[in-house]
Design a protein around this ligand. Structure first.
Ligand code: SF4
Length: 365
């Protein structure tokens, strides 16, 4: 992948919204990229801004923000505030910064082109499959809908064949007879696989899967993981897998971005980050998952211990000063409480947001 241009390059992205409790800084100065054919895992605890980042990339963030308590006047005031900031720039769809996708900035793309990009070039598999499928229409109709919207002249026979091809690809049993049924006739795992088929049917360049295995039992999770692995290996597509489960990310991702309080704390090669995490938050996160600790033990790491991170993630309306992780970090010093750390490139394509990275690496935690 070296020498290639990124498929997606997100720079200095901010996505805030207004609630009765104050401004929610859901995505705060986020930068990262995804290369063609690459699978990037976005990992972090619930409520850290992962889903907001996905919606911001899709330019759908303002639709979520509309559900917050803020009025349109409050939104306009927030946009004026963001635009007046030093690192400002126009705010569109509640998002500031740039999202370069295949050489075009999605934040400045005309609305009709944006609709085309969303329908054909980037697919989002949303969280919560029961709400994502419409109970009033058959699964076959919903799976074929993205194609019918793109090709208004498509013949019914061709559309049916394509729908069945994709339902078979994601292992829906008896798809040929069941595709006329409504979503209520399918299990949770089948519904999630149908959403994957819908996301792939138009041949997108990028698929974003938001918590693809959450709220499913272990057997069904395994089926979804197998389908995603198949997509990764057999489709010419980039993936952004969003999860709070490090085991899911470890199995699929080539690179990992760890998110905390709306920011990316560390971004780098998946193998390195799972075996030698550099940021104190990543270290704590990895040590919270038995599967990751086992993986580290198998790789010969000394005395890995299973332990959680003390405290709770911050309220995004009241993010701590300086390094947002400082109230939970055992290495925090005065500087951490006062100054937001810069991103430092600590290795090839490996970034860490921590004042004390070098010191902790040389002295050991
Ligand atoms: Fe911990 Fe300070 Fe590094 Fe933040 S900057 S992770 S508080 S050592």
């Amino acid at each position: 992948m070296r020498g290639q241009e990124p498929l997606l390059e997100v720079k200095d992205l901010r996505a805030y919204y207004v609630t009765k409790r104050g401004i929610v800084r859901a995505v705060d100065n986020v930068s990262f990229d995804i290369m063609p054919g690459e699978c990037v895992g976005l990992l972090g605890e619930s409520g850290c801004g992962k889903s907001s980042l996905a919606l911001a990339i899709m330019q759908l963030f303002d639709r979520v923000a509309k559900f917050a308590a803020g009025t349109s006047g409050a939104r306009a005031a927030l946009d004026r505030y963001l635009e007046s900031q030093e690192q400002g720039g126009p705010v569109r769809h509640g998002v500031q910064g740039s999202i370069i996708f295949r050489g075009r900035d999605l934040t400045t793309l005309p609305e009709e082109e944006l609709v085309r990009v969303r329908g054909r070039e980037i697919s989002l598999i949303p969280q919560g499959m029961t709400r994502a499928l419409n109970p009033q229409f058959s699964v076959g109709m919903q799976t074929g809908e993205p194609v019918a919207i793109r090709e208004t002249q498509v013949r019914l026979k061709e559309l049916r064949e394509k729908v069945l091809q994709y339902l078979n690809l994601v292992h829906i049993p008896d798809a040929g007879t069941r595709f006329v049924l409504d979503p209520g006739s399918f299990s949770g795992g089948e519904a999630q696989r149908i959403l994957i088929a819908m996301a792939l049917i138009n041949g997108p360049y990028l698929v974003i899967a938001d918590e693809p295995t959450s709220a499913l039992d272990m057997t069904v999770q395994r089926q979804i993981m197998n389908v995603l692995q198949m997509v990764k290996e057999e489709f010419d597509v980039s993936l952004l897998i969003i999860s709070h489960d490090a085991g899911v990310i470890a199995e699929l991702a080539d690179r990992v971005a760890v998110m905390y309080a709306g920011r990316i704390m560390e971004y780098g090669d998946a193998v390195q980050m799972f075996h030698e995490p550099g940021h104190p938050y990543t270290q704590g996160l990895m040590a919270s998952f038995p599967t990751i600790v086992m993986m580290q033990m198998q790789a010969g790491k000394k005395r890995p211990r299973l332990r959680g991170i003390p405290g709770d993630p911050p309220d995004l309306t009241d993010i701590p000063s300086g390094c947002p992780f400082h109230p939970r970090c055992q290495f925090a010093q005065d500087r951490c409480r006062e100054e937001i750390p810069e991103y430092r490139e600590v290795g090839p394509r490996h970034w860490v947001m921590c004042h004390r990275y070098e010191e902790l690496q040389s002295n050991g935690p």
